[in-house]
Ligand binder design. Structure first.
Ligand code: GDP
Ligand code: MG
Length: 163
């Protein structure tokens, strides 16, 4: 699939919230494959007259209290194999976690266009806290609030320029 953007990150960082915001009413499951992709949700988004597909990679760990490190790793590796660009979502309210560092390492090695996105930046003080994510080695964190939509327009401008 051309122009496929994968949203990856730990459970609860806001992947599905961002997916729903990007795809809105155009949300549609366009692919349902057995095996590793069975819980992946696909949708479409148009911005500045560019259309791209979005995949929310988090399906398999939703509704689970246990976070399986291997499942997340696998999720990220599958995403890097099929995606043209990765949105790596992190959570400003928790700060950098070991898992974020693991995922960042996988993404750096994959050498895929990646945008580091700090979510839950609901107010201006959270912008300063987001600077901590620089240490993941994936460049400047883009601050958004998936819940309110804050920052998502700027993020989309950057994203479609990279496609
Ligand atoms: P996922 O597990 O990564 O798909 O995360 P979800 O999209 O299910 O969101 C997990 C929780 O974070 C939910 O309670 C959301 O309402 C909340 N959430 C998502 N985005 C934001 C945000 O921008 N700000 C705040 N404060 N909460 C958010
Ligand atoms: Mg989810």
């Amino acid at each position: 699939m051309a122009n496929l953007v994968a949203i990856v990150g730990r459970p609860n960082v806001g992947k599905s919230t961002l997916f729903n915001r990007l795809t809105q009413s155009r949300r549609a499951i366009v692919s349902e494959t057995a095996g590793t992709t069975r819980d992946r949700q696909y949708g479409k988004c148009t911005w500045n007259a560019k259309e791209f597909s979005v995949v929310d990679t988090g399906g398999w760990v939703v509704n689970s209290d246990d976070i399986f490190e291997d499942a997340i790793r696998r999720q990220v590796i599958v995403a890097t194999q099929e995606a043209d660009l990765v949105l790596f979502l992190v959570d400003v309210t928790t700060g950098v976690t070991d898992w974020d560092e693991d995922v960042a390492t996988i993404l750096r090695r994959a050498k895929l266009p990646t945008i580091l996105v700090a979510n839950k930046v609901d107010n201006s003080s959270a912008y300063y806290e987001a600077a901590e994510f620089y240490k993941l080695g994936l460049g400047e964190p883009r601050c958004i609030s998936a819940a309110t939509g804050g920052g998502t327009g700027d993020l989309l401008d950057t994203l479609v320029d990279m496609l």
